[in-house]
Ligand binder design. Structure first.
Ligand code: PEP
Ligand code: MN
Length: 372
């Protein structure tokens, strides 16, 4: 059960203390408080854990400070969509809104290699009106002999250049808690010119200790990728780990599933699950067509498979696109064969606009046929 408190609820006020004292007196019930600081107000939610079935909804509704009560199922307590649950399906970070009704495009380098390539990328983004990107500094690689990313050494120039070109959010994978500290320190040293969305990669979806650490910090929102060989439920529970530790600014990323059935694609494109994740949870949903398709193959109509997959995700309501670009794919140190080229950015964006417009029209059409 979740008690959603009035917007003016405050831990120092007597009615709040009265509420907490009452909750503490309920046998077999423990509480966990989540405070989400928004631009205008702080949303405070009190999670009641234990046997809450016997607690009458009306009684809880009438407690001091309580605005609304939501009875939740066991699953995805914080991030799930529950009956009569009108908690927000968006969050704001560094001036950018991430929601189940927005679309943010994170085109960028799979792995940072040189300052020149980072600058060419950021400039292309700015010139095309984009304010988010992806930049891998810590790369988990299949072979220990492959390039592992420049790590913290590249952070100063990546953050400076992001500031120079007006980039507000950089998606950056972390594989260890020290990376979070390194990012925080480098951002502070650069004067916080940009923001970072921490990325949990598919190889770490069930790295529970990493999830707890990333979930305990509130500085950065998190993009968690679906595990490539586990069920959707297991991956959604992994996302819930982040939220249960306190960070519910979470985006869920689909990036294809590992199976030989995916051939000739790198992974089996799973973007039909975009609406499923939106139905089960309140998380914005990201698609990663680059790591799904894994190649620059092209359809007879002249549309790259990566663009085809992107359109499939966007027309189904995707909220974020994580996509590999590179100024000189042949020189990329990671995943060059799947990188789109700079001169393909405007084609890619126009193609996305068409798919997004179709999605908007489809939702309007569905409203005209409300009986389901
Ligand atoms: C990535 O986005 O760079 C990446 C490694 O993705 P994934 O974890 O989905 O393989
Ligand atoms: Mn990659």
């Amino acid at each position: 059960m979740i008690l959603i408190l009035n917007p003016d609820a405050c831990a120092t006020k007597p009615d709040y203390r009265q509420l907490m004292e009452h909750l503490a007196s309920l046998p077999g019930i423990s509480t966990r408080v989540h405070a989400e600081a928004g631009v205008e107000q702080t949303l405070t939610e009190v999670y009641l854990i234990g046997d809450t079935k016997s607690l009458p909804l009306e009684d809880m509704q009438s407690l001091p400070c309580v605005d609304r009560v939501v009875r939740i199922s066991e699953e995805y307590r914080v991030l799930g969509r529950h009956k009569n649950d009108d908690r927000p399906t968006h969050f704001d970070y560094n001036g950018v809104r991430f929601g189940q009704d927005t679309l943010n495009i994170f085109a960028g380098l799979c792995a940072v290699d040189t300052p020149e390539h980072v600058e060419l990328m950021m400039k292309a983004l700015r010139d095309n009106g984009l304010n988010c990107t992806r930049m891998g500094a810590y790369k988990p690689r299949t072979s220990p002999y492959s390039f592992q990313g420049h790590g913290k050494a590249c952070l100063p120039y990546v953050f400076d250049l992001a500031g120079k070109y007006g980039i507000k959010v950089i998606a950056m994978e972390v594989t260890h808690e020290s990376h979070v500290d390194e990012i925080r320190e480098a951002l502070a040293q650069a004067g916080n010119p940009t923001g970072v969305m921490l990325q949990i990669g598919t190889r770490n979806t069930q790295n529970f200790e990493l999830l707890k650490i990333v979930g305990r910090q509130q500085d950065f929102p998190v993009l968690i990728k679906r595990g490539f060989g586990i069920t959707l439920d297991e991956s959604l529970n992994a996302a819930e780990y982040l939220a249960s530790e306190g960070n519910s600014r979470v985006v869920f990323g689909l990036r294809g599933m590992k199976t030989t059935g995916a051939d000739p694609h790198r992974n089996f494109v799973d973007f039909a699950h975009v609406p499923v994740v939106k139905r089960l949870t309140r998380m914005p949903v990201c698609i990663d067509p680059s790591h799904s398709v894994g190649a620059r193959t092209c359809s007879p109509e002249g549309i790259l498979d990566i663009m085809q997959a992107t359109a499939q995700g966007v027309i189904a309501g995707a909220n974020m696109i994580l996509v590999d670009f590179h100024p000189v794919p042949s020189k990329a140190l990671v995943d060059g064969p799947q990188a789109l080229k700079m001169n393909e950015l405007s084609h890619f964006l126009e193609d996305i606009s068409i798919a997004r417009e179709a999605y908007v029209q489809r939702t309007a059409l569905a409203e005209r046929y409300p009986d389901k």
